[in-house]
Design a protein around this ligand. Structure first.
Ligand code: ADP
Ligand code: MG
Length: 374
């Protein structure tokens, strides 16, 4: 069951929360809506569910126009971040709720409901807790009950709004894996809202990056991370170093380092900003080639499996971060105050006057050779 959103706009008074959004969610996929707080994720999810109606645009479920269909007819299941379970009801009754409130004509028999609920509790691995009350469960268990309750009515689509947002890091990680497996088993179409880039990248078949009510980019985890469409996506998906520079005729200059980029404007020199991820800053004790830049080590942070170094470039005085493995760190044998040489890999360049974001490369091998007189 696919979902297609076409040019949807939704305003509250004079404020537009969702601006001309179009996207396709293929059948059986798990798609993440990722963006900062206030970017319109919840509004978009509520529009898909039918809890809000759009000012403009259409929403199709499996090719059928659902824009004006009532929420009850859309066969969607929901889980919200703080979807409080009914406190006075047992876990069993919470999960059974959606079935027991059906009109008599559509309501399964008591026995059928009992079977369905136990099957769902097995699915979310809470068998044996049916007679407990929500207050007797952990946060992670409660969210699994909320998922079981959403699944009880056999929805065709599952819409999850930051379902693990209130839980601690370890529980969140476990639930992510668990949800991934559940998705593989049930093959439901799932739309998952999160502001956590790691969660989106780890979970989703495809990621929709939102900002200020618009979609900035849609793609696989790999695409949005490694081929970001613009500076917003780049900055939102990971840590970033910024360097001030210039571009002219395909030649990018960031301080003393030069790069090449595909660039059609040959005549003008324009200001450009280089974007580099900390793990793309290569470190060495001695200069590796003509584009190596000297930098002083200011701070060293142990991050567990990685080491993060804060450095200051000696050519531009700009500060930057580099991340290396423990082994690389040991081989560098480095201390605060030492001078290292850095090579910037996988550089992206933003040219603001032309609003273009292009990938840059180190010059060809011959230009990389160490200058003889250094
Ligand atoms: P997100 O889920 O990405 O944090 P929301 O979709 O909840 O973002 O909200 C997007 C913007 O729309 C926010 O600025 C929010 O204040 C506004 N908004 C959401 N719902 C309403 C509403 N019912 N009335 C007025 N403004 C709203
Ligand atoms: Mg929200």
């Amino acid at each position: 069951m696919s979902i297609k959103v076409v040019n949807i706009t939704k305003s509250y008074g004079s404020f537009t929360a969702v601006k001309d959004v179009s996207l396709e969610i293929p059948e059986g996929k798990l798609v993440a809506l990722l963006g900062p707080s206030g970017s319109g994720k919840t509004t978009l999810l509520r529009l898909i569910a039918g809890l809000e109606s759009p000012d403009r645009g259409q929403i199709y479920f499996n090719g059928e126009d659902n824009t004006h269909r009532h929420v009850r007819e859309r066969r969607v299941g929901f889980v919200f971040q703080h979807y409080a379970l009914f406190r006075h009801m047992t876990i069993f009754d919470n999960v059974a709720f959606g079935l027991t409130v059906r009109p008599r004509k559509f309501r399964p028999s008591k026995e059928e409901i009992r079977e369905r609920v136990h099957e769902l509790l097995r699915l979310v691995q809470l068998e044996g807790l049916a007679h407990r009350y929500p207050s007797q469960l952990s946060g992670g268990q409660r969210q699994r009950v909320a998922l079981a309750r959403a699944l009880a009515v056999e929805p065709k689509y599952l819409l999850l709004d930051e379902p693990f947002g209130a839980l601690d890091a370890k529980v969140r990680q476990d639930l992510r894996r668990w949800l991934r497996r559940l998705h593989e088993k049930l093959k439901l179409t799932i739309v998952f809202v999160t502001h956590d880039q790691e969660e989106a990248l780890e979970l989703a078949d495809s990621v929709v990056v939102m900002n200020e009510g618009r979609v900035e980019q849609t793609g696989s985890s790999q695409e949005v991370y490694h081929q970001p469409a613009n500076p917003f996506v780049y900055g939102f998906l990971g840590r970033v170093n910024l360097f001030q520079g210039r571009i002219r005729g395909g030649k990018v200059t960031l301080g003393n380092a030069e790069f090449t980029a595909e660039w059609s404007n040959q005549s003008e020199e324009l200001p450009a900003v280089g974007y580099v991820r900390p793990h793309d800053v290569e470190l060495s004790r001695t200069p590796q080639h003509a584009q190596s830049l000297a930098a002083e080590v200011r701070h060293i942070y142990a991050l567990g499996s990685l080491m993060r170094l804060e450095l200051k470039r000696l050519d531009t005085q700009e500060t930057l971060e580099a991340e290396v493995t423990l082994q690389q760190f040991a081989e560098l044998n480095v201390q605060t105050g030492d001078t290292l040489y850095i090579t910037l890999r996988n550089v992206y360049v933003y040219v603001e006057p032309e609003n273009r974001f292009v990938q840059a490369a180190l010059p060809a091998a011959s230009a990389l050779a160490l200058r003889a007189n250094g």
